[in-house]
Design a binder for this molecule. Structure first.
Ligand SMILES: [Zn+2]
Length: 71
């Protein structure tokens, strides 16, 4: 996946968001060529990712629990 600065005339793709988009993700054209997000949505997405994507060292401590969740 590739992230670029997007054209300023595009609106953020996040549902309900009316900001101008600032960043664009190339999706290789599956649905459309790129998804664009504004700075606020990027920040909230990043917070969401960092909560769910646990760093490797921490992850091993929760391995037992994770396996159960995957069943
Ligand atoms: Zn937005």
């Amino acid at each position: 996946m590739k992230m670029t600065k997007c054209r300023s005339d595009l609106k953020c793709d996040f549902y309900g968001c009316k900001n101008n988009a600032k960043y664009a993700f190339s999706t290789k054209g599956f649905i459309r060529k790129e998804l664009v997000f504004c700075e606020d949505c990027m920040k909230s997405m990043f917070e969401c990712f960092s909560k769910n994507l646990v760093p490797k060292g921490v992850e091993s401590a929760f391995k037992g629990k994770r396996k159960k969740e995957n069943l």
